[in-house]
Design a protein around this ligand. Sequence first.
Ligand code: UGA
Length: 443
Amino acid sequence: MRTTVFGTGYVGLVTGTCLAEVGHQVTCVDIDAAKVEGLRRGEVPIFEPGLEEMVLANHGAGRLGFTTEAAAAIEGAEVLFIAVGTPPDEDGSADLQYVLAVARTIGRHLSAPAVVVNKSTVPVGTADKVRAAIAGELAARGADVAFEVVSNPEFLKEGAAVNDCMRPDRIVLGSRSAPAIETMKRLYAPFNRNHERIVVMDERSAELTKYAANAMLATKISFMNEMANIAERVGADIEMVRHGIGSDPRIGYQFIYPGAGYGGSCFPKDVQALGRTARLHGYEARILGAVEAVNEQQKHKLAELAGRHFGGDLRGKVFAVWGLAFKPNTDDMREASSRALLADLWAAGATVRAHDPEAMHEAARIFGERADLVLCDTPAQALEGADALVLVTEWKAFWNPDFDALASTLRGRAVFDGRNVWNPEQVEAAGLAYYGIGRGRSV
Ligand code: UGA
C-alpha cells in the first residue's frame, strides 16, 4: 500500500521503516532538508538498535524514500501518517503547531481519498482539530475530497523501537469510520498475525489510551521510588520488596524498578500534559501531580546520598559518572536524571568526569565546554582521580566492575548505584561504601 509518513523522528522513522520492511511503499517527509539528504545517503540521525540496517535495506530496495516535497508525497498515498513532535509548551500542554501544520499541508494537496492517521501523542480532541484543519484547506481551494482521520497512538520504547514496532502488543485504532478501519487493518495485517492485536475504539478513547498507558507506567515507577524512600528509612531493602510484590501477577515484575527517576521524551511530558488536560476539563488529577513530584525529588536522590557520604561538603570532590542517557540503548538525554545529578554536583562545587557508551555527542552538545566537566571516552578514564563513582544509567557494560580495583582507585571509597544493579555485599567486601536506592543499609 502507498503510505506517507510526516516526520522522521523516532516514531516517524521507525514506523515508516517497519511499514516498508513488510512490503508497503513508504515515503517519509521532513521539512529538515539536511536530515532528508542524510537519510538518502543512509545516515540515520538517531541511535536505535537495528534501525540503520533496516533503513539501508528498504531504501536500497526502493520501498522507502525520503523527501521534503510534501505535495508529491501526498499524491496517490492511501494512508498518510502524522508523526511529528508535540513538545510541551510553557504551561505543560502539548504544542500542536507541528501536527496542525502537517494537517493543513495535507489539506492543501490532497487530491484523492485517503486515511489520515495521527501517530503523534496528542491531547484528547486533536483528531477533531486535524479533521477541521484539513477540511478548512480543502474548502479554501474548493476541493471536495473524502478523507478520514484515525487516531493510532504509538507504544514503542526507545532502544527497542524496531522490535516494538515489528511485534506490537496491541494496535489501537480510533475511528468511527468502518472503511478507514478496514484500510488500517489491511496496512497492519503483516503485524497482526497469530493472534488479534487490533483494538478498535473511538478517537477520543484512542487518544486517552496513549496517555493512560504512559501515566500508568510512570505511576508504577514513582510508586516504587516512594516505597524505596520508605524502605531506606525503615531499614528494609526495596530489591527484596520488589521481588516480593512482583511475584503477584496482578502487580507483575515489569516497570517496578526503583531508581534515580524516570526521564525521556515521553513520561515527563505526557504525565504533565494529561494533568493539564484534566485541569482544562475542571478536574485536578492528584495522582498525576504526585507521580511528577516524586519523580522530581528522585532525580536529586543520588546527589543527596553523595552529600550524606561526604558530610555535606562536596567542594573540590571529583565524581566519576557512568551513564548520561535517560536509559540504556539510546543516546537520548532528554529529561535524563543525569542532568539533575550533574547540576546538583556542580552547584555543590564538585567536578564531574562522565562516560556514556552512546550519549557523549549529546552531552557535549548540551553542556558545551566547562571547567567542571570532563567527558571521558571510556568508563576507566572517568575513574581517573575520582573520589567516588555514580552509576546513573544501567548500561550492561557497567554491571560488573572490578570492585577491588575501584576500592584502590576511588579516594572517597564510595559508589552510588542509581539503578540498584550492584550487589551491596560484594561492594562492601571490597572495602567500598555502597549507596543504592531504597536499600536500608544506606541509612
Ligand atoms: C515510554 C513507554 O515505555 C513506551 O511504551 C511509550 O511508547 C513511549 O514512552 C512513548 O510514549 O513514546 P521510553 O520513554 O522510550 O518509552 O522509555 P521507557 O523504557 O519506558 O523508560 C522511561 C524511563 O523510566 C527511563 O528513564 C527508565 O530508566 C525509567 N524506568 C523504567 C524506571 O525508572 N523503572 C522501571 O521499572 C522502568
